[in-house]
Design a protein. Structure first.
Length: 87
């Protein structure tokens, strides 16, 4: 692993303890993968994120349920309105 590799976060463990869920990088929607501990096999569990990316300033996948069916994330948006006044 080098300094230029994307960050990897563990966001949960499977019910049987044989795999864990990870989020890699900073892309949105975020890819959540399941990694089998014994084989190292990595499979896509889900891609998650807000539907509207307008003004998205921060996105953070927090956790995945043990059965992989539910997840939680948080995000911050910064929106503004531009008014143009002419005389």
């Amino acid at each position: 692993m080098t300094a230029s590799d994307p960050p990897i976060s563990v966001v949960g463990w499977s019910e049987d303890g044989r795999a864990f869920y990870v989020h890699t990088g900073t892309d949105v929607p975020a890819r959540i993968d399941r990694i089998d501990i014994k084989t190292g096999q990595r499979t896509l569990l889900k891609e998650i994120g807000p539907a509207d990316l307008t003004g998205l300033g921060m996105f953070d996948p927090l956790t995945v349920s043990r059965d992989g069916s539910q997840y939680a994330y948080r995000y911050r948006k910064v929106l503004s309105t531009l008014f143009i006044v002419s005389r």
